[in-house]
Design a protein around this ligand. Structure first.
Ligand code: NAD
Length: 355
């Protein structure tokens, strides 16, 4: 297969971690006979320095015209005082809106080799943690009207059936590619928008008879994620609930440097990035953990390019690298061998085999 990938290295540790993911993608191309071509895109602080704009139209166009986008991270102290629309993060918001990605998918997976890093009890971790939260990204209370009048403030939470249906479909499709269990999370005992959410999910379920749908109230879900995370396969929820639950879910897995994410819309062109930021405190030192970015590349293969075998090969290589006892500084523990960012990339490559 021939695929054109837009590559945003960004700021801080962005260029270092993206380099490792590109090494891995190049080896996958060799092993499986694909052609990946890369289009460099400037976004974030580096784009402000170059063009005075965190994402000029010309750069956004390259992303929209690509088969998918791989992003490191953007931002840093240097641009903190830049006024509103010229901040690096505005580039990211513009990119999401410009690509029309309304679904953010974040896996919460614990690697058995890193079980000690989880703040949960061993008996809970031992049952396994491996689920995805599918979060609606461009609707709900964050995008409703915000108003303050005197001593009263209001924020409007609004969802249409169309908005719920399109994110619901991503939930069902994601579950189909995994263990076929979808948990729809809402607050239907209180909110009208949640009652509509639930109704639409159950209507969609008729089109996906192979996927088992369950409902859960958001407050219960927050408890269940720490009490019994092994019960979840795919969780689908609205914007604000997803924002909170996905942070909770990433925390229980231990390290921020290990977690990838994808954002998808109505086409297969997705945005893939680690969940962490540009980590300016460790930039340029070759000590960042590139695994979150490498696994984001694996998600791109699985969800945008329909290359499950290739994605499995990357995930197995990461697992073998951890089995061999190598750790970057952020997940270092007694008896392990400490490695830097580029060495980590090389070691994942050494373990990468055709499945
Ligand atoms: P951060 O995620 O960059 O860093 C938080 C802590 O985690 C730091 O101590 C950092 O060294 C560590 N860390 C993060 N990624 C790591 C990795 N791969 N390996 C090892 N350690 C890692 O969050 P922050 O410090 O709050 O933000 C720094 C900058 O990043 C800010 O400008 C912020 O706006 C930006 N940011 C960007 C994105 C994005 O591009 N998607 C997301 C969040 C924050």
């Amino acid at each position: 297969m021939v695929k054109n990938i837009a590559v945003i290295r960004g700021d801080g540790i962005g260029p270092e971690i993206v380099e490792q993911a590109l090494k891995v993608l190049n080896r996958i191309a060799e092993l499986y006979g694909h052609t990946f071509s890369y289009t460099d895109v400037d976004m974030g602080g580096c784009a402000i320095d170059k063009y005075g704009d965190p994402l000029p139209d010309s750069e956004l166009k390259k992303c929209v015209e690509s088969d998918s986008v791989l992003l490191g991270a953007v931002g840093g102290d240097k641009w903190n005082d830049v006024p509103g629309p010229k901040r690096p993060e505005k580039g990211l918001l513009r990119l999401r809106a410009g690509m029309g990605v309304y679904s953010n998918n974040r896996p919460a997976k614990i690697w058995k080799q890193l079980a000690d890093a989880s703040p949960l009890k061993k008996s809970i971790v031992d049952k396994g943690i491996d689920f995805i939260i599918v979060r609606e990204l461009i609707g709900g209370i964050y995008f409703g009207e915000h108003k303050t009048e005197g001593d009263t403030a209001t924020d409007i939470l609004k969802y249409s059936e169309t908005e719920i249906e399109r994110i619901g479909r991503i939930g069902f499709e994601t579950a189909r590619k995994r263990n076929k269990k979808l948990c729809s999370v809402e607050k239907s005992n209180v909110l009208d928008s949640s009652r509509l959410w639930k109704k639409v999910m159950h209507r969609l379920a008729e089109e996906y008879p192979d996927v088992e749908l369950s409902d859960m109230l958001v407050d219960n879900c927050a408890m269940q994620i720490v009490k019994n995370p092994a019960q979840f396969d795919v969780v689908v929820t609205e914007n604000m609930f997803g924002d909170i639950l996905s942070d909770e879910a990433s925390m229980i897995t231990g390290s921020i440097g290990m977690i990838p994410s994808s954002s998808l819309g109505s086409t297969t062109c997705g945005l893939y990035e680690p969940i962490h930021g540009s980590a300016p405190d460790i930039a340029g030192k070759d000590i960042a953990n590139p695994i979150g970015t490498i696994l984001s590349a694996a998600m791109m293969l699985r969800y945008s390019f329909d290359m499950s075998e290739e994605a499995d090969a990357i995930e197995n290589a990461v697992s073998a690298y951890l089995d061999a006892g190598y750790r970057t500084a952020d997940i270092m523990s007694d008896g392990m061998t400490k490695v830097g960012c580029s060495r980590c990339g090389d070691l994942v490559l050494e373990n990468l085999k055709k499945e």
